[in-house]
Structure formats: C-alpha cells, structure tokens
Ligand binder design. Structure first.
Ligand code: GAR
Length: 215
C-alpha cells in the first residue's frame, strides 16, 4: 500500500476527489492514513471522518510559539509514516524540518499556472482575483513538489483553463477546480505511487508506463 497524509485548511474538495478516486479504483493501491488540518473548523475534517479516515487537527492557536506549532505539525505527519504528503489547500508555510524529513515527497496543488500568480499572498480566491485583474486569457492549476521556496519546487503536472467573459473570481475558481485541480492532483498521486515521476534538479520527467525502475 502507498500511504498518503493529506494536509488541508478548508473545504476539502481536492481531498474529496482523492477519496473518490481511491474508492472507484483509479488510485488502486493508495490509501490515506491521516488527514491533518491547522483549522479546527475545516469541513475537510468532516469529509475525512465520513470516509472513515483518521482526522487530526494541529492548530497554531494551541501553541505559544510558531516553532512549537511547527514541531507538533511535523510530528503529526511523521507519526503516520506516509510515503507521500499531499498539501490539498493547506494554507500554512511548510517548515524546513518537514521538507528535510520528506525530500521530494511533499506535493502541493496551486490554482494557477506556476510561475504565474504564485508566491507570497497568492492563495485561494486571491489568485483568481489577481488573474482576472491582470486580464490574462488562460489560467489553470499546477501540482508541484514542495521545496524550501514558495511554489518553487519541481512541477509535476499542469492543466490550462480558459477565462471567459464575465468571470468572477468565484466562477473562475470553480472552473479551475473542475477542469484542472480535481483531475491533476489525483493523477499526480497515481503517477508518483506507480514510480513514474523522476526528479532531476528542478525538472520532473514522467516515465512511460512499464519503464519505471529501469536503468
Ligand atoms: C484550492 O483551490 C487549492 O488549489 C488552493 O486552495 C483551494 C483549496 O480548496 N491552494 C492554494 O491556494 C495554495 N497556494 P479545497 O479545500 O476545496 O480543496
């Protein structure tokens, strides 16, 4: 079994799509060991419980310092011994200790075509506000490995989505989720679990099916 820990902060629609792809066999051989949130009110925790998955909350409010929070978060992830950590709308800067503990084993979904509209301040609906404010005609989503920078790790998959006349940030957010995020995040997990993603520096290569592990 290939074990995931999924970290979430909000609604958890990306988490739900991973749960659904495991249930329908698309992600055969993959299981979610634990869902972790920084936000006790995250609906994603309810989704996890409903699917019979252990749900844990590590809230920064319970700790006196940011470092103490980070330590508890890293411990909570490590305790579940995941093969892969999936940040599915996890709006917490990942501490370096976590990246060192799971090199090229943490992935993130970001709601734009990186390197556009990413980095500090670019999260959730704000990404789509800025996309519309800039007037670009194409946006999308990116799954990438997490390194010590912000949205700077090797890109695994991207999918483009067209902007339409009259889009609001909310309408565009929903279209980016439906057409891109909910597809490429489970697909990236499937490829990694199958040993088909090779990282070379800041570039990834997707190996053809059946060639994984070959010299
Ligand atoms: C998603 O759109 C995800 O791409 C974004 O948060 C949303 C979470 O939605 N993540 C970021 O902006 C990270 N920088 P969800 O809780 O319904 O999956």
């Amino acid at each position: 079994m290939f074990h995931l820990v999924v970290c979430v902060s909000g609604g958890g629609t990306n988490l739900q799509h991973i749960i659904d792809r495991i249930a329908d066999g698309t992600l055969a051989g993959v299981s979610i060991s634990r869902v972790i949130s920084n936000n006790p009110g995250a609906f994603a925790l309810e989704r996890a419980k409903k699917a019979g998955i252990e749900a844990a909350c590590v809230s920064p409010r319970e700790f006196e310092t940011r470092d103490a929070f980070y330590m508890a978060l890293v411990d909570c992830v490590k305790e579940a011994a995941p093969d892969l950590v999936v940040l599915a709308g996890f709006l917490v800067a990942i501490p370096p200790e976590m990246i060192r503990a799971f090199p090229n084993r943490i992935i993130n979904i970001h709601p734009s075509l990186i390197p556009s509209f990413c980095g500090k301040g670019y999260y959730g609906i704000h990404v789509h506000e800025r996309v519309l404010g800039r007037g670009v005609k194409v946006t999308g989503a990116t799954v990438h490995f997490v390194d010590e920078g912000m949205d700077s790790g090797p890109i695994i998959l991207q999918k483009a989505v067209e902007i339409q006349e009259g889009d609001t940030p909310e309408v565009l957010q929903r279209r980016v989720m439906e057409q891109a995020e909910w597809k490429i995040l489970p697909e990236a997990i499937r490829l990694i679990a199958a040993g088909r993603v090779r990282v070379e520096g800041n570039v990834t290569h997707i190996l053809p099916d059946g060639t994984q592990g070959m010299a």
